[in-house]
Design a protein around this ligand. Structure first.
Ligand code: RP5
Length: 182
């Protein structure tokens, strides 16, 4: 199926990749609406950059609650190790996903029309004690950072992925050091 409805990407093509042996997705990217895909594609692209297999799905905590609970409650058995949950408005998707799994859930608040994402941020970050959601920044920076955070979690047991993260940071710093203002 095309688009974000069921999109598995990022399988390694190189022998040395830490994820070569993992044919199944390691990260699940869930978003509340297809309208979130423009933003969440940045998370998918970042995971692809690191060669991390992942799947992107649309599911809603309020429009398709059974799909969201089924996705989260079967995620571990499916081989997923991290879930990214993105939603806007009264953004309870990440919290609902976290309620159905003990896998780490990273929440990305979407920028909303009415309150520019402040509603999404507070809905995602203000989880009552007992069910954690790690919340990232609103919008694209949060989407990119959620993917980087997922990579860093996966890197705990994949040294080659850790090395890729170091190379990523080094390149980022080199770019800043090379910046010349005219
Ligand atoms: C949330 O409502 C979604 O995550 C999205 O950010 C927001 C608006 O959804 P649409 O009305 O564009 O489908 O559930």
């Amino acid at each position: 199926m095309a688009g974000p409805m069921a999109k598995a990407k990022g399988r390694s093509k190189t022998k040395s990749s830490p994820t070569k042996q993992d044919s199944k997705p390691l990260v699940g990217i869930a978003m509340g609406s297809q309208s979130d895909w423009d933003t969440m594609k940045n998370a998918s692209d970042t995971l692809t950059q690191f060669g991390v297999p992942h799947v992107s799905r649309v599911m809603s905590a309020h429009r398709s609650p059974s799909l969201a609970s089924e996705f989260a409650s079967t995620a571990e058995a499916q081989g997923l190790e991290v879930i990214i949950g993105a939603a806007g408005g009264a953004a309870h998707l990440a919290g609902v996903l976290a309620a159905h799994t003990t896998l780490p859930v990273l929440g990305v608040p979407m920028k909303s029309d009415a309150l520019h994402g402040l509603d999404s941020l507070l809905s995602t970050v203000q989880m009552p004690g007992g069910i954690p959601v790690a919340s990232l920044a609103i919008g694209k920076p949060g989407a990119v950072n959620a993917a980087l955070f997922a990579v860093s979690i996966l890197a705990n047991s994949r040294p080659e992925l850790r090395a890729k993260l170091h190379r990523f940071r080094d390149a980022q710093e080199a770019k800043i050091r090379a910046t010349v203002l005219s």
